[in-house]
Design a protein around this ligand. Structure first.
Ligand SMILES: Nc1ncnc2c1ncn2[C@@H]1O[C@H](COP(=O)(O)OP(=O)(O)OP(=O)(O)O)[C@@H](O)[C@H]1O
Length: 248
């Protein structure tokens, strides 16, 4: 079997107070579409930051592609899209093309001139935003902006993509389109996807593994086709009212 993309062993973490994660053990395998779900404040974002090496756990071991997560070489293989694209300043006069190209920062290596243009063009074409290339990022709709962030994360040709609630605040139609893109990248191109979401329906329908984060632990469900939406909602303690709110 291939080396896992991410492997956590007995990982614990606190921000100074009580532990938000307690002896977490889990693996993300190559080709997984891994959905992380859980109530607000359950530590999903913290867990993802630990996976990509942005937060160092107090205890335990984190490996990315079998090596120490803090190794710069390992970071070259992944892309991380934080919530709201990392609170980018929308009044900054950057074009879509420039934002996508910024995804090559620190990764371009031997890419020069034409190769950079080609990589940027390819990433924009993959998510269907070529017609927006010269538009300013602040002029776009939420759904269009999410596609720009996705293109920026793909431009460095990552092996794994980590997305923190990428469809928050965008309309249902744009969400569907965005999930379709992710499914294509995962199934057709073998990209490993780890995604935090509040959309249980999507998680059950698309992911092959669901990690339920609650009370400092992560409960992983495989064969998600056998796991019903209601079952997951019950485990997570989501009321029907909450589910309707989060799925909007
Ligand atoms: N920088 C920080 N300093 C102190 N506490 C923090 C910090 N970041 C998060 N926390 C706390 O850690 C816990 C987990 O937060 P985290 O953002 O990881 O949860 P989450 O599951 O992603 O939540 P949400 O679904 O609301 O985004 C929360 O109680 C939060 O208040």
């Amino acid at each position: 079997m291939d080396t896992p993309v991410v492997e956590l062993k007995d990982v614990s973490f606190s921000y100074g107070g009580p532990r938000v994660l307690e002896k977490v053990n889990m693996k993300v395998e190559k080709g997984d579409f891994f959905a992380l779900i859980g109530p607000n404040g359950a530590a999903k974002t913290t867990l993802m930051k630990i996976m990509v090496g942005l937060v160092v756990p107090d205890e335990g071991e984190v490996k990315l592609f079998g090596k120490n997560v803090r190794s710069f070489r390992q970071w070259q293989k992944i892309a991380y899209v934080p919530q709201h694209g990392g609170q980018i300043n929308l009044s900054f006069p950057a074009t879509v093309r420039e934002i996508v190209a910024s995804g090559l920062f620190g990764k371009a290596g031997s890419l020069k001139g034409k190769s950079v243009d080609e990589a940027v063009r390819k990433a924009m074409a993959t998510v269907g935003i070529e017609p927006l290339a010269a538009r300013l990022i602040g002029e776009l709709s939420g759904g269009q902006r999410q596609k720009v962030f996705l293109a920026r994360s793909l431009v460095g040709n990552p092996e794994a993509l980590f997305l923190d609630e990428p469809t928050t605040g965008i309309d249902a139609e744009s969400q569907e389109e965005f999930y379709g893109l992710l499914e294509h990248l995962n199934k057709e191109q073998g990209l490993t996807v780890v995604m935090i979401t509040h959309d249980i329906g999507m998680a059950c329908g698309m992911a092959n593994k669901i990690g339920c984060v609650k009370s400092g632990k992560v409960d992983v469900h495989e064969n998600t086709k056998d796991v019903t939406e209601d079952h997951i909602a019950e485990i997570m303690g989501y009321s029907m009212k909450n589910r309707r709110q989060t799925e909007r």
